[in-house]
Design a protein around this ligand. Sequence first.
Ligand SMILES: *Cc1c(COP(=O)(O)O)cnc(C)c1O
Length: 375
Amino acid sequence: MNSKIWLSSPHMGGTELSYIHVAFDTNWVAPLGPNVDNFEKDITAFLKEDVHVAALSSGTAALHLALVLAGVQAGDEVICQSMTFSASANPIAYLGATPVFVDSEAETMNMSPALLEQAIQDRIAIGKTPKAIIPVHLYGMPAKINEIQAIADKYGIAVIEDAAEALGSYVDGKMCGTYGVISALSFNGNKIITTSGGGALVAHSKELAQKATFLATQARDAAPHYEHSHIGYNYRMSNICAGIGRGQMEVLAQRVEQRRAIYNKYYDKMKNLKGVSFVDEPAGYFSNRWLTTILIDPASGITRETLRLALEQDNIESRPLWKPMHMQPIFAEAPFYGDGTSERLFRDGLCLPSGSNLTDADFERIFKVIDAVFA
Ligand SMILES: *Cc1c(COP(=O)(O)O)cnc(C)c1O
């Protein structure tokens, strides 16, 4: 059996261990410490804006705290992009609130502004003004975030940006991770950079970021004993994980270039194949191309499953696009506003191996399978 080719695996830059060594030498194994402070500074500098960053244990934790800070409570409704990873929606349920799912538009595969407005008007009409809106930048492609923000502003609803897949992406020069009131980043193992597991909350207001770190460290009030006037969480990133993060930040710009080069490689290889299409960047949009995705029109006689199974035969991992949340058994009862777009994207879409550590030999194997399937 050939060795496994992964969809997206960790890719160290080389200096990560040196930051961890310093943490060991100074016994900053815990808690928090200089790697966390400097990792947060590195992220702030990368985002090129006056934002405040709190390094956390995961992107899911960042979304959970963002909803807490937005005042979401049991019984509230929160609008969420339907086509996404479940971690975008689960924190809504953690709080006893109800997700209201909105379909995607085909141009970016993310939340449709038109359907968003329809959903808001409909919820307001039944007396349920949504507490927040969670758009996602899937696979690194920015959502129509300016249009979404304008609609949110019109109705006075907070935007919580799920930028877990989009570190390094931007629209008109403004980085993903700096939109909305609060943004969530992820450094999970398969993301464009990783801390083995981790995430960050990004806020424009210093006060919000401070509240986030307060809640993330068990909400301890100022007192010599342990005093609590809020429910707290244990969501901070460790100084060891942050050491990996500092090394990864040194190569982030390079990783974006590498992922984009991989996208171009697939594009050149497959653009003329019958039934295959790609999602281009709209004018002013820049995607980090975290994962290269293609759509295969089943009318061509080949489906995304044909290709996925052929790749699997050769021990090559590929994956259907995210199955929309409104199609998931756990969210079957949740309200949904859609026009069939995400269902079609799920039916036709496939994520191809996109790790920045893929070798030429890996691509030879992948392309051989593609040639055989489309011959
Ligand atoms: C990875 C991811 C998350 C969650 O991040 P974790 O760090 O794995 O908790 C949330 N939303 C999206 C869209 C993601 O891809």
